[in-house]
Design a binder for this molecule. Structure first.
Ligand SMILES: Nc1nc2c(c(=O)[nH]1)N[C@H]1C(S)=C(S)[C@@H](COP(=O)(O)OP(=O)(O)OC[C@H]3O[C@@H](n4cnc5c(=O)[nH]c(N)nc54)[C@H](O)[C@@H]3O)O[C@H]1N2
Ligand SMILES: Nc1nc2c(c(=O)[nH]1)N[C@H]1C(S)=C(S)[C@@H](COP(=O)(O)OP(=O)(O)OC[C@H]3O[C@@H](n4cnc5c(=O)[nH]c(N)nc54)[C@H](O)[C@@H]3O)O[C@H]1N2
Ligand SMILES: [Mo]
Length: 765
């Protein structure tokens, strides 16, 4: 092997994921953000029956199995919120919005917690403090002044509680619109669209217990060591039981290879670790459909050869569409499958063989499946694979989408949807006595387009950082600045807050970790995790400032000021969140006895009919579906076009950048890199460390990112990777999965050239 040149900040990471490195990083996160005395107590309360829900991710809690239920990245999320740094009116008095816009996303959030309600003042280009009620009045006036309620967009990022999300949708619907762009539209919308077609509900079907009973796990397109670290404990246990864990991912992710469980005393004491993946396939980005079809095709061949592979009884009794699927698989050629997936037939046959031998299988998946222009179809292929062997609705088996935000699933359950069901709208009408709007509203892409073309004039954001999370900042930033009204409920300052419109308000909210006291006393909120468990969460910390309000209270305040004749007793609801939960129970199915059941430690599970083999599809059966061909919709591109995927580093939470390292991928102190396969580097006449420019091929407008350092990495040929959100300049707003509206953040066709300026870093001595 020839010696690689030294590139600043790029050092291969040789250890396992987790282990002492994770504990050290936890200590550092705590040290940088908060008073050391509070931290241990706070972190011990994360995800405990009497504590608060970790805002990190939506992986469920392992009640009663371990008393130490937080992880490195959970600790970063918690300490980032519980920081002792503050953004006060004095801070805003010293900084114009224009000057703040020049700072990085990391710098903006790192200033600390917002402390006061603020309003933008155009004359001074500064945010100034404003009284809560005065702000609500001005918002109400602006909203009532619109020509139509559909000129307003109500964005939700999935951190809000069920209670806040429910009030938010109630406010918007009584006001008169179904415009609910949400983070889910950029995330698991393909799951919410695809799974109901396949199995009758847009949610995962497994529980943590199923992981104890499974004997086969297929992990596709997610990076749990960083994004769902508590899942590593579960995978670690399965690996130690010798359950085959087969990974499909274009990048080598260390945690999926080797992991040391910080909860495992022996591993920690001996510096040991456990191999996680039994086999790791570097599938090409966007090649999963081909790979999944290859596995299914091989499965049919095994059935023909020796029988007993398919679950015929299940297929006959519970499904429809198998013959069409089988015919399509016969018609799909191996050459296409191999070319598109980048994997060999023999490899896919091995996966099929292992799957055929299993008695109960789980498929886990994340953004590597959904953020493609065939995202919905990809999800349905995963359902096909499981249905072929009856792997839904039996112990140890099922489908496991890894959700994003800690309560994104709950937000959807309680009504944050631009496509509400008739049944839900009727219940709202019966219970509240107003007629909710019937027409479907805007999802995130449509909302941004409406803001860009001027047809949407107001935007209310229940959390999040919409403009930075969305594709094409050139368009989306400009769209934000055209608004007549923008309102942001947030914990920390971010770029979307600074893209001010004619009137812009910034409302500081109580976080998960903080005590929420209302007229009726201390309140708790509820959330639903990835496995449909609903449980209560109550913070105990003193709020970051006495001026903070809860998300529920702020939504109610805006609603009262906007809707003078409202049918809703907003003040009464805020006094005691039990009353909000009573209304949820009366309008959303599955919340029977809500207030009693959340008082039981661990909470309760929402109904999941597929676990009982009941299928709420149009036919009453689970449905096989056909994925025509093997390609993504926009293929084929010429051969020199690479596929760019945008990924999260280990030190970030979506648009929140905690730090500049990506430890497990060996990147330190920088984010301006492009991960490339050695052969692709060579084919482009490039070397590890050379500077390149990247250009998007699928866009009619020039989308370009300059002076990125190309680094050699173990990544599938033809696939390159860069960090989100920086690489959003390369994603065009209309490059989406047509079925679900999800932007194709992980299949951007690009060309790469040596940087126009000059290339390379100097050779190290
Ligand atoms: N610490 C932390 N936790 C988080 C988040 C965070 O930013 N930080 N974000 C939260 C949110 S909102 C979400 S949605 C989840 C995201 O969790 P993940 O789904 O794990 O998210 P990503 O980092 O986007 O990348 C997923 C993985 O997909 C792979 N991949 C990319 N393209 C393809 C493909 O075409 N096929 C396959 N098979 N794999 C592919 C990438 O190499 C990467 O390993 O995590 C949640 N939890
Ligand atoms: N290129 C590319 N783009 C992507 C993705 C990708 O993989 N690649 N992933 C997409 C995905 S999966 C998602 S989910 C979206 C994320 O999109 P968003 O959910 O909009 O973004 P976040 O970065 O999670 O939002 C961060 C902000 O939330 C606020 N916040 C934090 N905690 C709270 C709280 O408790 N309450 C309130 N009210 N506010 C709070 C803070 O002000 C913080 O600045 O991005 C999407 N964009
Ligand atoms: Mo997400």
């Amino acid at each position: 092997m020839n010696k690689r040149r030294e590139v600043p900040g790029i050092r291969p990471y040789d250890g396992p994921a987790g282990g002492w490195g994770a504990l050290r990083a936890t200590a550092k996160a705590v040290h940088q953000q908060m008073e050391i005395v509070e931290a241990p107590v706070l972190l011990l309360r994360t995800n405990q029956p009497t504590g608060f829900d970790c805002p990190g991710c939506a992986w469920p809690d392992k009640e009663h199995r371990s008393t130490f239920q937080f992880c490195e990245n959970g600790a970063k999320a918690v300490t980032w919120e519980a920081t002792s740094k503050r953004v006060t009116p004095e801070f805003f008095a010293e900084h114009t919005v224009s000057s703040l816009l020049k700072l990085s996303d990391f710098e903006l959030e790192n200033f600390g917690r917002l402390t006061h309600p603020m309003a933008y003042d155009a004359a001074s280009d500064k945010f100034r403090p404003i009284e809560w009620e005065a702000a609500f009045e001005r918002i109400g006036e602006a909203l009532r002044g619109l020509d139509s309620p559909d000129q307003a967009e109500f964005y939700a990022s999935g951190r809000a509680s069920n209670e806040a999300a429910y009030l938010f949708q109630l406010f918007a619907r009584e006001f008169g619109t179904n415009n609910f762009p949400d983070c889910s539209n950029m995330c698991h919308e393909a799951t919410s669209t695809g799974l109901p077609q396949s199995i009758g509900i847009g949610k995962g079907t497994v529980s943590l217990d199923d992981f104890d009973h499974t004997d086969f796990i297929l992990s596709i397109g997610h990076n749990p060591g960083t994004n769902h670290p508590r899942m590593m404990g579960t995978l670690h246990e399965a690996a130690r039981r010798k359950v085959p864990i087969i990974v499909f991912n274009p990048m080598r992710e260390r945690a999926l290879e080797r992991f040391a469980d910080p909860q495992n005393l022996v591993e920690m004491a001996t510096y040991g670790s456990t191999d996680i993946a039994s086999t790791y396939y570097l599938v090409k980005a966007g090649g999963d459909a081909a790979a999944l079809k290859g596995i299914m095709k091989a499965l049919l061949a095994l059935e023909a050869e020796r029988g007993g592979v398919l679950d015929h009884a299940f297929i006959a009794e519970h499904t429809q569409g198998f013959d069409a699927l089988a015919a399509d698989l016969q018609a799909t050629g191996w050459a296409d499958i191999e070319k598109e997936s980048g994997l060999r037939r023999a490899e896919l046959e091995q996966v099929a063989e292992a799957y055929a031998r299993s008695t109960a299988a789980i498929v886990t998946y994340g953004m590597g499946i959904t953020q493609h222009n065939t995202g919905t179809a990809n999800v349905k292929l995963i359902a096909n694979l499981l249905l072929m062997r009856g792997n839904i609705g039996k112990p140890g088996a099922g489908i496991c989408p890894l959700r994003g935000h800690s309560n994104v699933q709950g937000n959807r359950t309680v009504g944050i949807s631009e496509k509400p069901t008739q049944a839900f709208l009727q219940r709202l009408e019966q219970v509240f006595g107003f007629t909710p709007p019937q027409a479907h509203g805007h999802d995130a892409v449509k909302a941004m387009e409406a803001m860009a073309d001027g047809s949407a004039k107001a935007l209310i954001c229940l959390g999040g950082n919409l403009a930075v999370a969305m594709p094409d900042p050139q368009r989306s930033f400009a769209a934000m600045k055209q608004l007549e009204l923008s309102v942001h409920l947030g914990t920390k300052l971010n770029r979307s807050h600074l893209l001010v419109g004619k009137q812009t308000f910034l409302f500081p909210v109580l976080g998960r970790t903080e005590l929420d006291v209302q007229a009726g006393g201390p309140q708790s909120i509820t959330v639903e995790d990835s496995m449909s468990m609903v449980h209560a969460s109550a913070g105990k910390l003193k709020p970051a400032s006495e001026h903070l309000r809860s998300e529920c209270a702020i939504v109610a305040g805006m609603a009262r000021a906007t809707l003078p004749g409202s049918r809703v007793d907003w003040l009464g609801l805020i006094a005691d969140y039990d009353r909000i939960r009573d209304l949820i129970e009366r309008t959303v199915a599955g919340f029977d006895d809500y207030n009693r059941r959340i008082r039981v430690p661990g909470g309760f599970r929402m109904p999941l009919p597929p676990t009982e083999r009941q299928w709420n599809t149009a036919t009453g059966k689970a449905m096989f579906s056909v994925f025509a061909g093997v390609r993504e919709r926009y293929e084929p591109w010429p051969d020199d076009v690479l596929r760019l995927v945008t990924i999260r580093s280990h030190d970030q939470y979506n648009t929140t950048i905690y730090g500049m390292d990506d430890r497990y991928r060996g990147v330190f102190g920088r984010r301006d890199v492009l991960f490339m396969n050695a052969e692709d580097l060579a084919a482009h006449g490039l070397e590890h460390g050379d500077l390149v420019d990247i250009e998007t091929v699928s866009s009619t407008r020039l989308l370009r990112m300059e002076n990125i350092t190309a680094i050699e990495y173990s990544i599938a040929r033809g696939t390159v990777a860069a960090y989100y959100p920086e690489a959003n300049v390369l994603v065009s707003l209309d490059y989406i999965d047509q079925e679900s509206g999800t932007p194709s953040y992980k299949s951007i066709p690009v060309r790469i050239r040596r940087a126009a300026g000059q290339g390379g870093v100097s050779e190290a001595a």
